[in-house]
Design a protein around this ligand. Structure first.
Ligand code: SF4
Length: 101
C-alpha cells in the first residue's frame, strides 16, 4: 500500500482505528485486510500507516485505501471484539463499527 486513493463514502475520506483494550487477538482483521491490520508481538491488532508501517500506538488511526474498503468494513463487521472503528475524517462520525447508531 503506497500511494492509493483513499476510501470514501459520498466523496468523504474514511479512516480506521482499533480499540486494543477489546481486541481478542484472533487475527481475523489481519486475514481480511493484511495491508491495513497486523498483530504485534503483544498479540493485539494494530493498524498500518500508508507505507505499511505498523502504528504501535493504541488507538492510532490510518486512512482507509479505497481498494480495501470492503475488506476493512468486513473486518469491522466480523471482529469478535467489536473494536474496529471506521469513521469519516471530516467530523469523526463512525460509519462502520460498534458505535454506529
Ligand atoms: S478482528 Fe478485532 S478482535 Fe480480532 S484481532 Fe482484529 S481487532 Fe482484534
Amino acid at each position: 500500500m503506497t500511494v492509493q486513493q483513499q476510501a470514501s463514502v459520498d466523496g468523504e475520506a474514511l479512516e480506521v482505528w482499533i480499540d486494543q483494550d477489546l481486541c481478542t487477538g484472533d487475527g481475523i482483521c489481519a486475514q481480511y485486510a493484511p495491508e491495513v491490520f497486523e498483530l504485534d508481538i503483544d498479540g493485539l491488532a494494530y493498524v498500518k500507516g500508508p507505507e505499511e508501517e505498523l502504528l504501535q500506538a493504541r488507538g492510532a488511526t490510518t486512512p482507509v485505501p479505497l481498494p480495501l474498503l470492503t475488506d476493512v468494513v468486513d473486518s469491522a463487521r466480523e471482529c469478535p471484539g467489536e473494536c474496529i472503528h471506521v469513521r469519516r475524517v471530516a467530523d469523526g462520525v463512525e460509519l462502520y463499527g460498534p458505535d454506529v447508531e
